[in-house]
Design a protein around this ligand. Structure first.
Ligand SMILES: O=C(O)CCC(=O)C(=O)O
Ligand SMILES: [Fe+2]
Length: 210
C-alpha cells in the first residue's frame, strides 16, 4: 500500500479500481487533520460561497432547478489548500503514468449543501465538448443523513454505487462515463469537487480558459 505519512492516500488502490471499473471510492484517503482544516475553512468562508452555474453558457435560473448547492473556487491560498492540491497532483501524475492520458491540470471548488440541497442526475463532461476527464469528490464532514452520491452506469437506471458522504472519503471517476446525482442533504454537507483536465488548445482556440 502506498501511504504518505502526512496525508495518507491509497494510490495503488485508486489506480487498480480505475483500471478495472473506471471509478473508485476510497474511505480514509486523506488525513483527518487535513480534512478538518478544509472543513473549518468552508465554515469560516461560507458567506463567500455562491450558487453554482452549470456549464459556461447557462444562466443561474436554469441552474437552480438542477442544483442548489453553493460553491467557492479553490486558489491554493492556504496551507490546507496547498496540501490538498499536492495530493491531487500526485494522483494526476500517477494516472498519467499508468494510463497515458495526458492530464494537463486540475481545478476544484469547495461545495456546501445545506439541508435539502441537491444536484440532479448529470454528467460532468460531454464527449468532445469538455476538457474534463476525471472527476474527484472529497467529503469534508459526515452529515447525519441524506446527501448520498448515486453513481450510475453509462446505460441503465440502477445505480452502481450509493455513497453516504463520510469525512475523508475520496471518489474518482471518468467524467464522460458516469452520470451521477446528489440526493437531498439531511444536514450541512461539505465537500470538494474537482476535475483533472486535458488540454484542448489549438492554434486559434485556447482551452482551459479559466
Ligand atoms: O458532491 C458530490 O457527491 C458530487 C458533486 C458533483 O457531482 C459535482 O459537483 O459535479
Ligand atoms: Fe458532478
Amino acid at each position: 500500500m502506498n501511504c504518505s505519512s502526512e496525508t495518507f492516500l491509497h494510490l495503488d488502490n485508486l489506480l487498480d479500481n480505475i483500471a478495472e471499473n473506471g471509478y473508485c471510492i476510497i474511505e480514509n484517503a486523506i488525513s483527518a487533520e487535513l480534512i478538518a482544516q478544509l472543513q473549518q475553512q468552508c465554515e469560516a468562508q461560507e458567506t463567500q460561497f455562491q450558487h453554482a452555474k452549470i456549464g459556461r453558457h447557462q444562466d443561474l435560473q436554469q441552474a437552480s432547478a438542477i442544483r442548489s448547492d453553493k460553491t467557492k473556487w479553490f486558489n491554493g491560498d492556504t496551507a490546507a489548500e496547498t496540501s490538498y492540491l499536492a495530493l491531487m497532483e500526485r494522483i494526476r501524475v500517477a494516472i498519467n503514468q499508468n494510463f497515458y492520458l495526458g492530464l494537463f491540470d486540475y481545478e476544484c471548488h469547495f461545495a456546501i449543501y445545506q439541508q435539502g440541497d441537491f444536484y440532479k442526475k448529470h454528467l460532468d463532461a460531454f464527449k468532445g465538448k469538455s476538457n474534463r476527464v476525471f472527476t474527484t469528490v472529497c467529503y469534508l464532514n459526515t452529515p447525519n443523513q441524506g446527501g448520498e452520491l448515486l453513481i450510475y452506469p453509462e446505460k441503465g437506471k440502477e445505480p452502481l454505487a450509493k455513497v453516504a458522504p463520510k469525512a475523508g472519503t475520496l471518489i474518482c471517476f471518468e467524467s464522460e462515463r458516469f452520470p451521477h446525482e446528489v440526493l437531498a442533504a439531511g444536514s450541512t454537507r461539505y465537500s470538494i469537487a474537482g476535475w483533472f483536465r486535458k488540454n484542448n488548445s489549438s492554434a486559434n482556440f485556447v482551452d482551459p480558459n479559466q
